[in-house]
Write a protein that binds this ligand. Structure first.
Ligand code: A3P
Length: 312
């Protein structure tokens, strides 16, 4: 992740500098009805994205913002690096080309041509809805790890994040943020719609679903399941070390190297149920209702164990 660290730090720092010269209402642009930060993406980036040639051995990590993308991204990158080191013979050439910023929809319009030249296996993160992904991802049967987190903790984490990072609109109060979260004004769209749209892919053999909460409960088992899904065969000890390196404490400690000053905003609490410190009774009721309406009884809705993680 350290190589990513420099790319990530540069991109985020440039975006923050640009955002500091903008008004709040200039920070986001709309593409196909969904908002995105202007400092990280653009309509040109979306147009160019269609030229990405996905591969069947690509590793796609899909998750709504604040679901734990950086955490699972660390696990995936670590698994790939260890496996490649073990399996590549000494003569095989390792590309000097630096990896791209791992988030598919962030960066410049030229990145997809560069990505097409990168060696396998590529690890690609995305917050996009399935319908907005390049078509080659499904056509070429790239495997997708779909990461989910309980919506109350997603909202809580997003609130702190959006107020900590100047390239996203900030909110005076939690109550204001909650209204925006529930009325589809978030960058990358509404989480309930995200869940409902991805639910249509939940049974696809190239899609594996994992929740933040199950990974927190048993990280070693989670790492094993992820490795098995992507056909990455490592020893028990290696899998254990991947889990250890990806613990919240370890990632937070290393975050200056991997994420620069952005790490201080990103690695906040890393816990389950922090929502209990923010949600009012009324907000609980509103979210319970919205969850039921959008994904109650669906495969992803059930996977999220809403009763366990989102009821007081
Ligand atoms: P909190 O704000 O609740 O602490 P993303 O990477 O998708 O932006 O998600 C960020 C959330 O994941 C933050 O949640 C962050 O603290 C948490 N996170 C990051 N690394 C983690 C880890 N190794 N273990 C558990 N949670 C982690």
């Amino acid at each position: 992740m350290e190589k990513f660290g420099k790319i990530m730090t540069d991109l985020v720092e440039k975006a923050v500098v640009a955002a500091n010269t903008m008004d709040r209402d200039e920070l986001l642009f709309s593409h196909k009805g969904i908002l995105y930060p202007v400092t990280l993406s653009s309509p040109e980036v979306f147009r160019a994205m269609e030229s990405l040639e996905a591969r069947s051995d690509d590793i796609i990590l899909a998750g709504y913002p604040k679901s734990g993308t950086n955490w699972v991204g660390q696990i995936l990158s670590d698994l790939v690096v260890i496996f490649e080191k073990k399996t590549q013979n000494k003569e095989s050439s390792v590309s000097d080309e630096p990896p791209e910023f791992p988030y598919l929809e962030m960066g410049d319009a030229g990145k997809y041509e560069r990505m097409n030249k990168l060696p396998s296996r590529r690890v690609i993160f995305t917050h996009l809805l399935p319908e907005n992904l390049p078509r080659s991802i499904f056509k070429n049967k790239a495997k997708i790890l779909l990461l989910l987190r309980n919506p109350k903790d997603v909202a809580t984490s997003f609130y702190h994040f959006t107020n900590g990072l100047s390239l996203l609109p900030s909110y005076e109060t939690w109550d204001d943020f909650f209204i925006a979260f529930m009325t589809k004004k978030m960058p990358w769209g509404c989480y309930f719609e995200y869940l409902s749209k991805w639910n249509k892919y939940a049974d696809d053999e190239n899609v594996m679903t994992i929740t933040y909460e199950e990974l927190k409960e048993n990280p070693v088992l989670g790492v094993k399941n992820i490795a098995a899904f992507f056909g990455i065969s490592l020893t028990e000890k290696e899998l254990q070390s991947v889990a250890e390196r990806s613990s919240f404490q370890s990632m937070k400690k290393n975050s200056q190297k991997t994420h620069g000053s952005f790490g201080n905003i990103l690695f906040r609490k890393g816990a389950v149920s922090d929502w209990k410190n923010l949600f009012s009774e009324d907000q609980n009721e509103k979210m319970d209702k919205a969850f039921e309406e959008h994904v109650g009884g669906t495969k992803l809705g059930t996977k999220l164990k809403y009763e366990e993680y989102c009821k007081a």
